[in-house]
Design a binder for this molecule. Structure first.
Ligand code: RM4
Ligand code: MN
Ligand code: MN
Length: 427
């Protein structure tokens, strides 16, 4: 299915009048605070977030999986789905491939299809947390950290192949996430596991093309429950540092223990010039992979405030970040969920742009904690949705993507086209 520009136009026409009034009123309000609404629109206009190829089907828990119908059955259909999201929002203009879940069978055709929908190829993701049919060594007891040299070599080789596939598609980065670790005390030797991991990552790094970056993700627990080899940002930072200038830490919001101050981690990594990218999701307890902004929108705003501040005061030369949604959907229609996530990310970003950095710095220097809070809340409590709508309208996307998605009965149409029993590859 493809959304036609005529459908977008008539949707926008119907909502244009009320949108215009809301935008004008917000613009006036902001002008009193010396903020230009148009400048905010400009900043958000082409801000894109990558959609992972595994997020388009119904996710599952280890207890069950409930199909939503019309799931994309192959990579082509996944790209088609991202095309729908992008047409509606003009903010999902990239795909992040998970290999081997989504290996293009015809690279040229895949590239052409993506290009025709305005979609580029973001970071490619390797997978050494599952065994693939016919492979010589099992990853049951680890991959890059494995005690067996053969298993490590196989995992390194897989990453090199992922880079090669990415190169053919025009990706410029690889994300490595390891499930390696132990579920019981004494099961592994921490030091040996870390040293093997470091040596393996260095080998992968050596094969990295000059214009590529490597992102190293960390996670405190799951699937291993006693220890993960790359358990936290410090370990990831150390590994990135050991590899070299093209290696960075990647922060996945769900990969922290409850109440971790993620915004502070963001600030530290930018000040070290080692923040590579972001995986967005939301969580209450662990790596829950819920819709972005559904549980802790204020935390998301605080993270974006650090990002905005960090990139404006980028003394360590931190490169532009790779943004990706990393969520899986058990209850909602994944496309609706992704629409909501995209909106939440962009809202937090615009709200962070509203923070009066100058006033905040003076209040901080005065030790005026109450005023600091007032300044943050002035930004956070501003309803900036009209800014996002204005940006979408300027790019020919939908004023209200969620509403139009429902009005066009997209899921029904996908079920008609693909059937109700298709199952997407991935989680
Ligand atoms: C992991 C991690 C990775 C993602 C997999 C599917 O928990 O977040 O980024 O590739 O899940
Ligand atoms: Mn992730
Ligand atoms: Mn995760």
């Amino acid at each position: 299915m493809k959304i036609q520009s005529a459908q977008l136009e008539s949707h926008n026409e119907a909502l244009a009048k009320s949108h215009h009034a809301e935008y004008q009123s917000l613009a006036q309000q902001l002008a009193q605070r010396d903020i230009q609404a148009d400048a905010l629109v400009e900043q958000i206009l082409d801000f894109q977030v990558a959609i992972p190829s595994w997020a388009l089907g119904a996710g599952g828990t280890r207890f069950g999986r409930f199909s939503i119908g019309g799931e994309p059955g192959n990579l082509e259909q996944k790209i088609e789905d991202i095309g729908l999201l992008h047409a509606l929002t003009h903010s999902a203009g990239a795909i992040s491939l998970h290999i081997p879940w989504d290996i293009p069978s015809d690279v040229q055709a895949t590239k052409e299809q993506a290009a025709s929908l305005g979609i580029t190829f973001d970071a490619v993701n390797s997978n050494t947390f599952q065994d693939q049919a016919g492979q010589a060594f099992s990853y049951k007891f680890g991959s890059l950290s494995h005690t067996s040299e053969g298993a490590r070599k196989q995992a390194i080789e897989h990453n090199l192949q992922v880079i090669e596939t990415g190169q053919q598609l025009g990706s410029k980065s690889i994300t490595v996430w390891l499930a390696d670790g132990a579920s019981f005390p004494g099961q592994i030797n921490f030091r040996r596991a870390l040293e093997h991991t470091r040596a393996s990552l260095k080998e992968i790094y050596q094969a990295l093309p000059a214009d590529w970056r490597m992102f190293i993700e960390y996670k405190p627990y799951e699937p291993n429950f006693y220890s993960m080899v790359i358990q936290d940002w410090g370990t990831s930072y150390h590994l990135a540092q050991s590899c070299g200038d093209q290696a960075f830490t990647l922060v996945d919001l769900g990969h922290h223990l409850p109440n971790t101050n993620i915004e502070q981690i963001v600030s530290t990594l930018i000040s070290l010039g080692k923040l590579g990218g972001f995986h967005f999701n939301d969580s209450k307890y662990g790596d829950d992979d819920l819709t972005v902004g559904s549980i802790k929108p204020y935390q998301l705003f605080l993270i974006f405030s650090e990002l905005v501040y960090g990139m404006k005061n980028n003394t360590a030369g931190n490169p532009p970040l790779a943004w990706m949604i990393d969520a899986s959907h058990n209850l909602k229609d994944p496309l609706e969920d992704l629409l909501q996530s995209l909106e939440a990310i962009r809202l937090a970003y615009v709200q962070a742009l509203l923070v009066d950095q100058h006033a905040l710095t003076s209040a901080q220097l005065e030790g005026d904690a109450a005023l600091c809070q007032e300044i943050l809340h002035a930004a956070y409590r501003t309803d900036v949705r009209p800014i996002l709508r204005e940006a979408r309208m300027a790019r020919g996307a939908a004023l209200d993507p969620f509403l139009l998605y429902r009005q066009l009965e997209v899921r029904k149409q996908l079920i008609r086209e693909r059937g109700s029993k298709t199952v997407a590859t991935g989680l």
